[in-house]
Ligand binder design. Structure first.
Ligand SMILES: [Zn+2]
Length: 132
């Protein structure tokens, strides 16, 4: 029951992630299922990740609910622990993550920090890696 809720609660975000994963797939990329998560790499989304996102600049991978997009399979391998922490955040906060994540970035910025690096959710994901 709780397992089902963990998938339902962030489902709209996962659906957006699946759309992006399909875009990756039809633009020369690949995808795989790994422990309840869809991982996609290559194709058009990889180009966007490499070109850079607002605030963070280029990133190796990004999580949308139960979908993780990476610029390459190597990037997905290297960031799996970090991105799985984001998947757990989506399981906990569901669609609210779409508001909470940028809000946490704004709070970090207002405190004089970096909106990406000092974002609570990024700090939590780095802690899962055994980092800061
Ligand atoms: Zn992160």
């Amino acid at each position: 029951m709780f397992r089902l809720l963990r998938y339902l609660w962030p489902l709209p975000v996962s659906a957006l992630g699946m759309l992006l994963a399909m875009l990756a797939r039809i633009s020369g990329g690949h995808w795989q299922r790994a422990a309840g998560v869809v991982e996609a790499w290559g194709g058009w989304p990889a180009w966007v990740l490499q070109a850079g996102l607002p605030f963070s600049g280029p990133v190796a991978a990004i999580t949308f609910g139960h979908v993780v997009l990476g610029d390459s399979i190597e990037s997905l391998d290297a960031t799996r622990v970090h991105e799985r922490a984001h998947v757990r955040q989506f399981e906990r906060w569901g669609v609210l993550m779409l508001v909470l994540y940028p809000l946490a970035g704004a709070v970090a910025w207002l405190r004089g920090g970096d909106p990406y690096r000092d974002n609570h959710f990024e700090r939590e994901a780095r802690a899962a890696e055994g980092g800061r």
